[in-house]
Design a binder for this molecule. Structure first.
Ligand SMILES: [Zn+2]
Length: 432
């Protein structure tokens, strides 16, 4: 019997669930920037995309290169595929260096009947999944997660049988997907605890907000896993962006795990999360997705630390703890933000060298010619010669074609520092 307390890890799925959301999407450079911010925050894993989708191949390869270079380190980059041998083969063919995979298949009666329409039985599903796990192992996957889609509408006995089979075939983690946001904190706790006790393997909790409970069900599920004696993993997305009503918001989930009455000081994160990056990552995702942060968003909303009514304002001025559970500075807030109200030069797909040099000069002045930590270590924003500046400008133009909006400073810096990686991210050739 182990006496050490099991821990909770964050697996962010913005670059998978977030980008598959209707009406929303990210360029490959934006996805890469998110991976960089997630790594800086201390997130354990980014589910960084779809290894069987051809237009993802170069992006996934480029990000794995960034991992080899130490830029995306220690974050783990995991791909999402269907639990099928064919998909495993395709994933390793298109992205040979992929090391971490999550294999997904529906397990509920509703989905098996409603989606497969009699073509597959529960036993077929189980067999398909174990074959896929075997194939992933044979191809050299370092870690394999198995996802039970619609787990919350799957009967517990089958879920236990399914997860146990996954474990026997060498799966490292089991993902319990509350795909439709059907669970509540009480039922997910009971179900996941029973599941954990029966299968004795780490469980990932994947929840949606259709009933407004994504964060609550996520932490309750994680508690069930920990209390059942295993490490827990929670799937989040930045700003909660995900299918339909969205997923568990990254910042809100970490706040709930570290500040709430039942979790603070009682449950531990496996990797410490640097919440001071919250403001930056939330605002970047908001800009990249083109979706404003709600005014009442926990931690990063415009009103999260605003007080107007007499009693509250008086109370917070006397002692912030009267009406604030945590401090704004912890979230990386409080720095003045410059909003350009006069002349503005932006990057664009038809930009020229003069505007580009002006932009880079401005960034240089702002950060004193050096960037520490933003995109890696120290970088000088100077180009060896005019040719090199032209080359970076050309990549910036292509990045603008993909983004269809001005690039942010970190993106410009990234392209200047890693032009060869940027070239890969920006190369899109339909393979038909
Ligand atoms: Zn989902």
């Amino acid at each position: 019997m182990e006496c050490t307390m099991k821990k909770i890890y964050i697996v962010d799925v913005t670059n998978r669930d977030g980008v598959q959301t209707a009406k929303l999407g990210l360029s490959k450079l934006e996805k890469t920037m998110l991976n960089i911010y997630l790594n800086q925050m201390g997130v354990f894993q980014s589910e960084f995309g779809f290894p069987t989708t051809r237009h993802e191949s170069l992006y996934l390869q480029a990000n794995l290169e960034l991992a080899d270079m130490g830029v995306l380190h220690p974050i783990r980059l995991g791909g999402w595929i269907r639990a099928q041998v064919e998909d495993v083969k395709t994933a390793f063919k298109l992205v040979p260096k992929i090391r971490h995979l999550n294999l997904s298949v529906s397990t509920s009666e509703q989905m098996i009947v409603g989606k497969f329409q009699g073509r597959k039985t529960k036993d077929d599903i189980l067999q398909m999944m174990v074959n896929a796990v075997d194939a992933a192992r044979e191809h050299g996957a370092e870690s394999v997660g198995v996802n039970a889609e619609d787990a919350s509408r799957t009967d517990l006995d089958f879920l236990i049988k399914f997860a146990s089979a996954a474990k026997q075939h060498g799966a490292d983690r089991f993902r319990y997907c509350d795909t439709l946001g059907y669970n509540d904190p009480f039922t997910i706790y009971d179900t996941v605890k029973a599941l954990t006790e029966n299968v004795a393997m780490p469980i990932e909790i994947h929840c949606h907000g259709d009933l407004g409970m994504a964060v609550a069900t996520s932490i309750a599920g994680a508690k069930g896993t920990i209390d059942g004696g295993q490490d827990a993993y929670i799937n989040t997305t930045v700003n909660g962006i995900g299918e339909r009503a969205g997923n568990a918001d990254l910042v809100a989930t970490v706040l709930a795990l570290t500040k709430s009455k039942g979790f603070a000081g009682k449950y531990e994160l496996g990797m410490p999360i640097d919440l001071s990056k919250s403001w930056e990552i939330a605002n970047f995702a908001s800009y990249a997705f083109g979706v404003p942060i709600p005014i009442n968003q926990p931690g990063v909303g415009a009103n999260a630390f605003s007080h107007a009514s007499g009693i509250h304002a008086d109370g917070v001025l006397k002692d912030p703890h009267n009406y604030e559970l945590y401090d704004y500075a912890e979230l990386g807030r409080g720095e003045p933000v410059t909003v350009e109200t006069g002349r503005e030069i932006c990057s664009g797909e038809y930009g020229g060298i003069s505007g580009f040099r002006h932009l880079m000069k401005k960034i240089e002045q702002k950060i004193g010619g050096k960037v520490e930590e933003e995109v890696g270590d120290v970088v000088e924003i100077s180009f060896a010669n005019a040719e090199e500046a032209e080359k970076v400008l050309e990549l910036v133009r292509y990045a603008n074609v993909c983004a269809q909006k001005p690039l942010v400073e970190d993106e410009l810096l990234f392209i200047a520092k890693y032009p060869e990686i940027a070239r890969k991210l920006l190369t899109l050739t339909p393979l038909i």
